[in-house]
Design a protein. Structure first.
Length: 65
């Protein structure tokens, strides 16, 4: 192989490895954001359920008005 072909092959291999690594980082970041959003959603539902348990007439009073 000539030096130019060897250099081109090595450069192409480096670029492919960087693209693959970047894709993995994006996937991990996406998973972390999804977990965070799910935690916030579940916590909000739990707080809403506790509020409804503490103030059970809140929906009834809104309907009467």
């Amino acid at each position: 192989m000539s030096k130019r072909k060897l250099f081109t092959t090595a450069l192409l291999a480096c670029v492919i490895m960087q693209i693959t690594a970047c894709s993995a980082i994006v996937a991990v970041g996406d998973a972390a954001i999804t977990v965070g959003a799910t935690v916030v959603k579940v916590t909000a539902k739990a707080v809403g359920a506790v509020a409804d348990a503490v103030i059970p007439d809140s929906d009834k009073k809104k309907e009467d008005k």
